[in-house]
Design a protein around this ligand. Structure first.
Ligand code: ATP
Ligand code: FE
Length: 355
């Protein structure tokens, strides 16, 4: 099967063509991503209205390029997959409308895909990883451990009770005037800093679960910054580096420990398997090293897909569509856009939005 995938749920407009079958790894024939970082940089975060307009303007061109790079016409594609939630609703609506237009025009089946399932199934696209496996999704908007048991079978083992880690990195960068997106900037500064100087908290480490909290850590960074500014009138380069290093070290330590707990929880049903990561925060080398160490200690393998496939892209949506199409068939033209859409069946039922 050959699928065209569209993604527009946050600040990347993306289209890709993927070929494969659910059993093995997929072949990415093309993957076009048009980022909007420059549009949002001045605001220190994604502005939903600006994002929605940019998606609407860029989707057609992304699709055109993806098809051209794959050397295919729309008629040669078997189906169209599109992110139909969760995310910023304006962007999701833009993507769903575009996909419906293409599907109707070319007489192709259409399938709405959960953005998170796209991230969660990426190791199957890249490596043909067999079910079940453990997924840690750490991005700008999400943070959760998932037992991935099938194309639409996800069990949430834990996650953040407030901010996502990427959001915390971004806010940390913003309060230290390091620019947006903040993750790479904080990592760069942290490499030259003393992580022990401030003794930042290790949130929720005293609880035996796999849940995270990042908002208190963020506040601790702000307090430390304000204290230095009050005492010395401003921050030196080294102060910034130490604040970043302290923050990053706290995140890495908590993440490694919570991951150890997730391993044990997962292993109770499935035995030790593979930990796969996804999301932009997985780009962080210090966090990766911490996770690799934790995996080795608990007998799990560790898999990190290439960075371009860890962040938002169309290929993961095309792939998730490919796997899910075989399971539940296409959606019809009534396909809607869902701002909230938990992956876990029990969480979905609680929201009254179970499929
Ligand atoms: P979601 O996928 O949940 O909707 P998103 O699209 O914003 O959110 P991604 O594109 O997966 O998330 O990742 C972007 C996030 O990753 C940003 O918050 C960014 O700061 C963070 N990030 C990128 N590189 C690094 C890094 N080296 N260290 C830490 N965080 C990073
Ligand atoms: Fe994402």
């Amino acid at each position: 099967l050959t699928l065209l995938g569209l993604e527009s749920s946050c600040d990347d407009t993306a289209a890709a063509v993927v070929r494969g079958r659910p059993g093995g790894a997929g072949e990415i024939l093309s993957s076009v991503v048009s980022g909007q970082a420059e549009l949002h940089a001045a605001f220190g975060g994604v502005v939903p209205e600006i994002a929605a307009r940019a998606h609407a303007e860029r989707l057609d061109l992304c699709v055109e390029r993806a098809l051209a790079q794959a050397g295919l016409t729309l008629a040669e594609v078997d189906a169209i997959a599109v992110t139909s939630g969760p995310g910023l609703i304006g962007g999701v609506v833009s993507g769903v409308m575009c996909a419906k237009g293409l599907a109707a025009g070319a007489g192709l089946p259409l399938i709405g895909v959960n953005h998170l399932s796209g991230h969660a199934l990426t190791p199957r696209l890249t490596d043909g990883l067999a079910y079940p496996y453990l997924m840690l999704l750490v991005s700008g908007g999400h943070c959760q451990f998932l037992a991935v048991e099938g194309p639409e079978r996800f069990r949430r083992l834990g996650g953040t009770i407030d901010d996502a880690p990427g959001e915390a990195f971004d806010k940390c960068a913003k309060m230290l005037a390091l620019g947006y997106p903040g993750g790479p900037a904080v990592e760069r500064e942290a490499a030259l800093g003393d992580g022990a100087r401030f003794g930042f908290p290790r949130p929720l480490l005293d609880r035996p679960d796999c849940d995270f909290s990042f908002s208190g850590l963020k506040t601790a960074v702000r307090r430390a910054r304000d204290r230095i500014v009050a005492e010395k009138g401003g921050l030196t380069v080294q102060d910034r580096r130490d604040l970043c290093a302290g923050f990053q070290q706290a995140v890495a330590e908590v993440m490694a420990e919570k991951t150890r707990r997730a391993f044990r929880l997962f292993a109770q049903t499935h035995g030790p398997q593979t930990l796969a990561v996804a999301g932009g925060v997985a780009a962080n080398a210090v966090l990766r090293a911490a996770l690799t160490g934790a995996a080795a200690a608990e007998g799990f393998a560790f898999l990190a897909p290439p960075l371009a496939l860890c962040t938002d892209n169309g290929a993961m949506i095309a792939w998730a569509g490919l796997e899910q199409l075989g399971l539940r068939g296409p959606d019809d033209m009534a396909l809607g856009a869902r701002p909230r859409w938990p992956l876990d069946a029990s969480a979905a039922a609680m929201l009254g939005s179970g499929r």
